[in-house]
Design a protein around this ligand. Structure first.
Ligand code: UN1
Length: 511
């Protein structure tokens, strides 16, 4: 695709031979070649050489050196650098969004939306750079003052997934940067080119401001690189987004060295539809949540818990809505649903479908892998809806594909119990016009998820809120609100401006 080559060039990416980009320069990594294929048409987009352990070490050394300079720049000035990064992203929104769509397979609108999230987090981080507040306390001792400060942590390791190949990195990196940290990013090996495109943009801003490039390091590669980061005592915080098994492994390795980790792992997100729900609002929210990004968001709607009295109506409306979905090239705005990331993901979809059939589930909307010229990459599947029971193994597990599970309920307490009865706890929603149901759902005895919504779906979170979830989702919070605190170290300071030495708790110690 020549226009993709043109877009890559405009983003400063030479396809082939593009090396590991690290703190000090772009060079050829010593590791194996990682070829990137588009799930849109199966074409090879380019190849990126992965980092060997020496490359990784050089990157971390460059980052450690850059940290000394970066941390001494006042936070609002760091915020201004991040503002400039946002300006560059604004200018390249179309190119970068298109590359995201082409390399990852999400729709052009969603590709642009992803870059918009990056721009928004730059704005948020810029403002935040003047608001890294600590508290002051009243000391119990006379002529003493107590307060707390937030200091930079050091190197932040960022491990990201293919589904939001750049936005999730930016949530971490932009906040980490205004907090005074430097970043070492391991992007998904399935989407290395979008990562290198971002790196080019960031490096141009660092160079323009005469700052060391080690502020932003990218280390490409697979699981091994993730392990280097997890085990590296030079990396103060490891923020990892991806599957639960990946997060468990990273979390264990970081915990062993008593490092800090921030985990944003799988979801198993449900929408409850009560008898009073406004279905004009609920149906599109359910469909977008279930099939948007081909069901490959952490926040995708996987389970629909519907009251008995409206079950048949909701099912009929969904069948009709799914009948109108157009599946095809995500770069063409005529299509709603693009491909899965690769054939392995298609196999996972097929496996879940097979398990549903074996357990005795029935399909309200039939699954299938699409064939034909338009689907030559072999990555396109039909979004499907299955009637199941919540406790079945495949329903308890997150399959990254457009499979929506339909479950019946009789009373709202049961619906909330079913919604909570999974190992994950990321996002949740209720559609209701009943104040009691809504408040019950939002109360401490309601949803156990990090995100709980009323009359909007489970996906499409804004950057201003803290993003993340409970239980096996990992407990971390990224992006807005006070998520920045995870990227800094808190220091409590007590100052004695008197002439005596009173001890805390009234302890007497005289010499
Ligand atoms: C993710 O799937 O990892 O809420 C992130 C959403 C997006 C982010 C999802 N803003 O759908």
């Amino acid at each position: 695709m020549t226009d993709i080559v043109d877009i890559l060039n405009r983003l400063g990416i030479r396809t082939e031979n593009h090396g590991v980009t690290t703190g000090t320069a772009s060079w050829e990594g010593g590791g194996a070649l990682n070829e990137s294929f588009s799930p849109v048409d199966g074409a090879k987009i380019g190849a990126v050489r992965q980092a060997a352990s020496e490359d990784y070490d050089r990157a971390v050394e460059a980052a450690a050196l850059a940290f000394k300079k970066w941390r001494s720049i006042p936070a609002p000035r760091r915020g201004d650098i991040v503002r400039q990064m946002g300006d560059q992203l604004r200018e390249r929104k179309h190119e970068l969004g298109t590359l995201v769509s082409y390399e990852m397979g999400k729709s052009a609108q969603e590709g642009l939306g992803e870059v918009q999230e990056m721009i928004d987090i730059c704005d948020f981080a810029t403002g935040l750079s003047r608001q890294l507040y600590g508290l002051t306390m009243h000391s119990e001792r006379p002529q003493h003052r107590m307060y707390e400060q937030w200091h930079p942590l050091g190197i932040t390791g960022i491990i990201t997934a293919f589904n939001f190949p750049v936005a999730v990195w930016s949530w971490n990196a932009m906040i980490a940067w205004v907090c005074g940290n430097v970043c070492v990013w391991k992007p998904s090996e399935k989407t290395p080119l979008t990562a290198l495109a971002c790196q080019q943009i960031i490096l141009s801003v660092l160079r323009d401001n005469d700052l060391p490039e080690g502020v932003s390091c990218v280390v490409t590669g697979g699981r091994e690189v993730g392990e280097w980061i997890a085990q590296d005592t030079r990396i103060a915080l490891v923020s990892a987004t991806g599957s639960i098994p990946m997060g468990r492994s990273v979390g264990e390795q970081v915990a062993r060295r008593l490092g800090k980790s921030l985990l944003e792992l799988g979801g198993n997100n449900a929408i409850i539809v009560t008898p009073s729900a406004d279905l004009k609002v609920a149906i599109p929210a359910i469909v977008f949540g279930a099939v948007g990004t081909a069901g490959q968001r952490c926040t995708s709607t996987r389970r629909l818990i519907v009251h008995d009295s409206i079950f048949d109506e909701v099912k009929t409306r969904l069948i009709s809505a799914y009948g109108q979905l157009k599946i095809g090239n995500p770069l063409d705005p005529a299509y709603h649903v693009g491909p899965l990331i690769d054939r392995h993901a298609v196999m996972q979809y097929e496996k879940a479908v097979e398990e549903i059939r074996q357990a005795g589930g029935t399909f309200a909307v039939e699954p299938g892998v699409l064939e034909g010229n338009a689907y030559a990459s072999g990555c396109y599947v039909s979004p499907c809806i299955a009637e199941v029971e919540n406790h079945w193994a495949m329903v308890q597990h997150e399959t990254f594909a457009p499979i929506l599970y339909l479950i019946r309920y009789h009373d709202v307490d049961e619906a909330i119990a079913v919604q909570n009865d999974v190992p994950q706890g990321l996002s949740s929603a209720i559609f209701t016009m009943d104040l009691r149901d809504a408040e019950r759902f939002l109360s401490h005895t309601g949803s156990d998820c990090g995100i709980a919504n009323v009359n909007i779906g489970t996906s499409g979170a804004e950057i201003g809120g803290a993003f993340g979830g409970e239980k096996e989702t990992g407990g971390g919070r990224e992006s807005g609100s006070d998520a920045w605190k995870a990227y800094m170290r808190r220091q409590t300071n007590t100052i004695n401006y008197g002439t005596a030495l009173p001890l805390a708790q009234g302890i007497k110690f005289e010499i």
